[in-house]
Design a protein around this ligand. Structure first.
Ligand SMILES: [Zn+2]
Length: 303
């Protein structure tokens, strides 16, 4: 008798905990049914504010402080909403679960595996920005990262239920067991078990209609890639990944010191520049603080 009562009590306590956890999740992230996003009629590109990264050492980019207007870097995360599904491109430097938004900008400290440290300012979570336009991470069909560096992978695990689009050489580097300075493996560990499409071609057409194409652009990392999005009103846009960080790398022809292969980076830049000339697409340098500041942010979008 006594045992049954205890068991009942434990079951009730567990149920209450579960309910509390679920309502906490609902309150923080999941959009309510009536606000759930519907597939758009034409392709949309949303830009989320994933923070500002402070850079103390311009030497890593083969630049001097005088070469740039600001040493700060923007961190964009992107949602491509397509009539047939949606794709997240890059996920920031600060995991949503590692801090609590207060409505004000807060500085988060990142310590990399080799002991290097970085500071990043954030005021909004990626999850919160997605919820604002009616998406929860489980609504996302595809995840693609420009590359595996920590400032692009922070919230990758959130999208482990999506199909991951990655090149074999990049995936091998991520799960090869050898950790370099700019990786935070804990932020993408869940992708190891994700449904995965290994991209074999240079250009991978995500939805099969030529509107969203992941383009090979190796050099910064082994399998670095950029994203071409063809929008009905805006025209073509290429999201740079880290093909460049500062516009000065382009104008002064500088390649960072920490590339996987500087030679490959130069070749990839040439190929992307030729593509831009051919298509008339714009290049959005994701870390370009000034360029990014001029772009519309979610809940606004480009179409
Ligand atoms: Zn980066």
């Amino acid at each position: 008798m006594k045992r049954t009562v205890i068991r009942l009590f434990l079951a009730a306590a567990a149920a209450a905990l579960l309910l509390a956890a679920q309502s906490k999740i609902a309150g923080q992230s999941a959009p309510s049914a009536q606000h759930k996003a519907q597939p758009p009629r034409s392709v949309r590109l949303y830009i989320f504010d994933c923070g500002v990264l402070h850079n103390a050492d311009m030497g890593r980019f083969n630049l001097k402080k005088e070469d740039v207007k600001t040493t700060d870097m923007s961190m964009g995360c992107f949602l491509v909403a397509h009539p047939k599904g949606n794709l997240i491109w890059d996920t920031g430097a600060i995991p949503d679960d590692s801090w609590t938004p207060t409505g004000r900008m807060t500085t988060q400290h990142v310590t990399l595996p080799d002991g290097q440290a970085r500071d990043a300012d954030v005021d909004k979570t990626l999850r919160g920005q997605l919820a604002e336009i009616g998406y929860s991470p489980s609504d996302i069909n595809y995840l693609a990262l420009s590359h595996y560096h920590y400032d692009h992978t922070a919230n990758a695990n959130e999208f482990a239920s999506a199909t991951w689009l990655v090149r074999q050489i990049e995936r091998d580097a991520m799960f090869g067991g050898k950790v370099s300075g700019s990786l935070q493996p804990a932020t993408f560990s869940a992708l190891q078990k994700s449904k995965t499409i290994i991209i074999k071609e240079d250009d991978y057409d995500v939805f099969g209609d030529g509107s969203v194409i992941i383009k090979s652009a190796p050099g910064h990392t082994q399998g670095h890639q950029v994203l071409y999005v063809k929008l009905a009103k805006t025209g073509g846009v290429v999201l740079s990944g880290d093909l460049y960080h500062y516009p000065a790398e382009k104008t002064l022809d500088r390649v960072p010191t920490f590339e996987f292969s500087q030679e490959q980076t130069r070749a990839s830049r040439k190929a992307v520049e030729a593509f831009l000339r051919k298509t008339g697409a714009q290049l959005w340098i994701q870390h370009d603080f000034e360029g990014n500041a001029k772009l519309k942010k979610s809940p606004q979008f480009y179409e």
